[in-house]
Design a protein around this ligand. Structure first.
Ligand code: SF4
Ligand code: SF4
Ligand code: SF4
Length: 277
C-alpha cells in the first residue's frame, strides 16, 4: 500500500530507525529473532536508532519502522515528526497497521476508560481513541500480525531496498491453510477466524493445530454476516453442527472474538472522536 509518490531508490546505504508507540514491543522483539536473516539485512542498511536493541540514537534516518498504535495527542505529533524525516515509513505489526488490541478501549468513552483504569488518578492521564498510524500520516508499507509476520517483514524490506511497492495479501487465511494441506480446525470442533482474516502468515497457527484468532485483521472483503450465520444458524453442515452445539456462541460472543484484533466494522473513527469530546 505504497504512497503514490515515487518509492525512493537509495543512492547510499539507507539509515534505518525503529520506533514504538502504544504496544507491547513484541514485534520489534520478533524482528530481533530473525537472527542470521537479520545479519543479512544489516549488510544492506545501517540501523541508527533501535531502543530495544542498542543505545545509540540518531535524528536522521531514511526508513522508519513504526510499531504500536496512536493513543495520545503526543503520539500524533511524534508520528508527524517521524513522517517528516523518513523517506519511507513502514508500520510494523498489527498495533501499528490496524490498532489491534488497543482499539478495544474505543468501545467506551475515554472518560469511562480512564476512570476504570486509573480511578482517582484519571485526571493526570490523557488519552485519545486508539487508531492505526495510517489514520494520522501517510504510510508507505504495512506489515501485519501480532506479532508481525516475519516472512512479510523480510518481503517488505526487500521491496524497499529494490524500490518496489508491496501490496498486503487480501485473501483469507484459509487459502494458505489449504495450500499447505492443513486439517481445518472446524473438523476438530473449534471456531476459527481464518475465513475472514487477511492471510500472509502462511497459516502458522492452524499449521500447529490451533485456530486462527484473527491477529492480522480482517481482509478488505471479509463477509462477517456469512460468518455469523454459519456459526449460529439452525440448519448446518454436520461439521458446523458440531461446532455450533459445542460452543453455542451468540452473535455478541462472535463479535467479541472478532473485536480482540479488529476494528469492528460497525465502529468508525468519527464515533470514537465524538466520544473524546
Ligand atoms: S502487534 Fe502484538 S506483538 Fe506487535 S506490538 Fe502489538 S501487541 Fe505486541
Ligand atoms: S483451519 Fe481455519 S483458516 Fe484453515 S481452512 Fe479451516 S477455517 Fe480456514
Ligand atoms: S493464523 Fe491467524 S492468528 Fe495465527 S498468525 Fe495467522 S492471522 Fe494471526
Amino acid at each position: 500500500m505504497a504512497r503514490e509518490s515515487a518509492i525512493p531508490r537509495f543512492g547510499h546505504k539507507p539509515q534505518v530507525a525503529f520506533f514504538d508507540f502504544a504496544c507491547c514491543e513484541g514485534c520489534q522483539l520478533s524482528v530481533l529473532q530473525l537472527e542470521e536473516r537479520l545479519l543479512e539485512i544489516l549488510e544492506h542498511v545501517d540501523v541508527v536508532t533501535w531502543r530495544e536493541a542498542m543505545t545509540e540514537q540518531s535524528s536522521e534516518y531514511d526508513i522508519a519502522f513504526c510499531e504500536g498504535s496512536i493513543t495520545t495527542e503526543e503520539d500524533v505529533e511524534r508520528i508527524k515528526d517521524i513522517r517528516a524525516e523518513a523517506a519511507v515509513l513502514v508500520t510494523l505489526g498489527s498495533c501499528a497497521s490496524t490498532s489491534c488490541h488497543n482499539e478495544l478501549k474505543n468501545q467506551w468513552s475515554m472518560d469511562e476508560v480512564l476512570d476504570v483504569v486509573y480511578g482517582d488518578d484519571a485526571g493526570q492521564i490523557h488519552t485519545i481513541a486508539s487508531r492505526p498510524i495510517s489514520a494520522v500520516v501517510e504510510v508507505d508499507y504495512q506489515t501485519f500480525g501480532c506479532p508481525v509476520s516475519l516472512p512479510e517483514f523480510v518481503k517488505v524490506v526487500s521491496a524497499i531496498l529494490t524500490g518496489q511497492s508491496y501490496e498486503p495479501p487480501n485473501e483469507p487465511v484459509c487459502v494458505e491453510c489449504k495450500r499447505n494441506d492443513y486439517l481445518c480446525v472446524y473438523e476438530k470442533g473449534e471456531v476459527c477466524l481464518g475465513p475472514v482474516t487477511r492471510c500472509g502468515c502462511d497459516a502458522i497457527c492452524t499449521g500447529w493445530g490451533d485456530a486462527c484468532q484473527g491477529c492480522r485483521g480482517l481482509m478488505d472483503s471479509a463477509n462477517i454476516g456469512a460468518m455469523l450465520k454459519a456459526l449460529t444458524r439452525e440448519e448446518a453442515h454436520s461439521i458446523m453442527r458440531t461446532v455450533i452445539d459445542r460452543h453455542q456462541l451468540t452473535e455478541g460472543e462472535i463479535a467479541a472474538k472478532l473485536r480482540i484484533y479488529n476494528n469492528w466494522p460497525e465502529f468508525t473513527l468519527e464515533e470514537a472522536e465524538t466520544d473524546d469530546d
